[in-house]
Design a protein around this ligand. Structure first.
Ligand code: ADP
Ligand code: MG
Ligand code: ZN
Length: 486
């Protein structure tokens, strides 16, 4: 038997207006290369970094939301290494005295169960630039084939690094933990969580213990994972690779690997660097950061209700199943929309069904958010009323709902305009069924021979003839009567 041990190091980009230590803009995604830079973030000799206020506020908010103890004094250090995207030759980080320690998150793993994952530390650091490796087919400015370009726009963008304890026990739990951290950071507005834009990435560390003999493998680190799916896949792959090596009695090398998109495997990047390789030392140009009690109180007041609390409240106050609450809360806008609607209709489960089912499907198809759609709470209130009074059938309601999302028209107006009132005139339904019986005598024989499932064919025929306006229950009972009588 093997037991998996996983710890995550998550890098989240803070949504500050400027970079951490200069006044360059921090939102550089999509900008022309090397335009959001200045002497400070490119490390020109004689320049001095100055810590931005928003960087402090947002990182303290993150620490509080992740239940950490914020240190009164934290310090900045230099992490030295050479790479073309790091013109200073070091990154400013907080190594010896981080901003905060000893936090935790409660990750919902399904069936009402929560997994307690401790956070070891959170510290502030700056991002490095980006190297762009051109394919051999491209010609560089100097006329050479291929080559590597450097974009320094990301240099100095403020990040918080969130380091979990190795409390995670499966690849799925790792993914859920990462999603849950993303949700928290989004809720409090400190990070967009956009992984495709590099605003959130993670390094996943994994080791495996053989529970028979207690032997543990070395730890392997998979660097720079930029999607939730890849976290899970990379860790699944590593689990298989490591356990195979252990079964074969081979050593698992302590190393840094990377998830390779093309081969769907992890590949070796380098031998794991040791602490001493980075020659950490205190950053002489930045004074210690002091967080006073009153500042902490001020920031605490800015914290909104967090996703986990909100899920609990939705389950308690609206009697929603956990799944509904999780889906609604995962999108702050959606959960607000839900609460606004329920204030008027007081029918939380039905409202939740419309929002988590039809609405999310339509939004996904159109790549939109709730706010970008035309839907307002009154549409749902109106729609439920039309269903209650049996003015429309459920299939018509679904059609109307999609129009509300796209065009913002009131359901009752759509019903009027298009004449979508439910057909409860049994004569019309009866004639539709008689027609279907004439068209398909084989189906009639099958039904009479005992194949009762054929009933749905006749209901379907009625729906088609009435363009979905018939009440399926009425259509079913009329069809049964006609098929059994005649
Ligand atoms: P480093 O700075 O070398 O990456 P850290 O001690 O800061 O090392 O740990 C980094 C990450 O590795 C943390 O998320 C931690 O939870 C995880 N980790 C530590 N020990 C193990 C282990 N035995 N197996 C898996 N992950 C581990
Ligand atoms: Mg690491
Ligand atoms: Zn700058």
């Amino acid at each position: 038997m093997f037991k998996t041990v996983i710890g995550l190091e998550i890098h989240a980009q803070l949504s500050t207006p400027t970079k951490a230590f200069c006044s360059c803009p921090a939102d550089t995604f999509g900008d022309t290369e090397n335009t959001a830079i200045c002497p400070v973030c490119t490390g020109q000799p004689g320049t001095i970094p100055v810590l931005g206020e928003e960087t402090v506020r947002l990182s303290v908010m993150s620490a509080l939301a992740l239940n950490c103890q914020v240190s009164e004094i934290s310090c900045f250090d230099r992490k030295n290494y050479f790479y073309p995207d790091l013109p200073k030759g070091y990154q400013i980080t907080q190594y010896f005295r981080p901003l905060a320690r000893n936090g935790f998150i409660e990750v919902r793993v399904g069936n009402g169960r929560k997994s307690h994952i401790r956070i070891n530390r959170i510290h502030i650091e700056e991002d490095a630039g980006k190297t762009i490796h051109e394919g051999a087919s491209s010609i560089s400015a100097s006329g050479k084939q291929g080559g590597t370009l450097v974009d320094l726009n990301r240099c100095g963008i403020p990040l918080v690094e969130i380091v979990t304890e190795p409390d995670i026990t499966s690849s799925r739990e790792a993914r859920l933990a990462m999603e849950s951290i993303r949700d928290i950071l989004r809720y409090i507005g400190v990070c967009t969580g956009d992984m495709e834009k590099g605003a959130l990435r993670c390094d996943a560390n994994i080791s495996v213990i053989n529970t028979r003999n207690g032997q543990s493998s070395n730890r392997v680190e998979v660097k720079n994972i930029n999607s939730f799916r890849f976290v899970e896949k990379a860790l699944d792959y590593e689990y298989k690779r490591i356990t195979q090596a252990m079964k074969d009695g081979k050593e698992v090398v302590k190393e840094t690997r990377t998830w390779d998109l093309a081969s769907k495997t992890t590949i070796t990047m380098r031998k794991k660097e040791e602490e001493s390789d980075y020659r950490y030392f205190p950053e002489p140009d930045l004074p210690p950061l002091r967080i006073t009690g009153s500042y902490l109180e001020e920031v605490k007041k800015m914290l909104p209700e967090l996703p986990d609390e909100k899920i609990d409240r939705f389950m308690r106050d609206y009697a929603l199943p956990e799944h509904d609450a999780v889906v609604l809360v995962s999108d702050k806008e959606l959960s607000g929309f839900f609460e606004e609607t329920v204030k008027v209709t007081q029918r939380p489960k039905e409202v939740s069904n419309w929002l988590t089912g039809d609405l999310l499907r339509i939004l996904k198809e159109r790549d939109m958010t709730v706010g970008q759609s035309e839907l307002v709470p009154d549409h749902i209130v109106d729609l439920l009323r039309l269903l209650d009074s049996r003015t429309i059938s459920i299939s018509v309601a679904k059609e109307i709902f999609s129009e509300c999302v796209r065009l913002g028209k009131m359901p009752s107006n759509i019903v009027e305009e298009k004449g979508l009132q439910q057909v409860d005139d049994e004569e019309e339904i009866e004639s539709a069924i008689r027609q279907a019986m004439k068209d398909n005598p084989k189906a009639v024989d099958q039904y009479r021979a005992g194949k009762k499932a054929v009933l749905s064919y006749f209901i379907g025929a009625v729906m088609r003839r009435t363009k979905g306006r018939a009440d399926p229950a009425v259509a079913g009972s009329v069809a049964r009567r006609l098929l059994e009588d005649d």
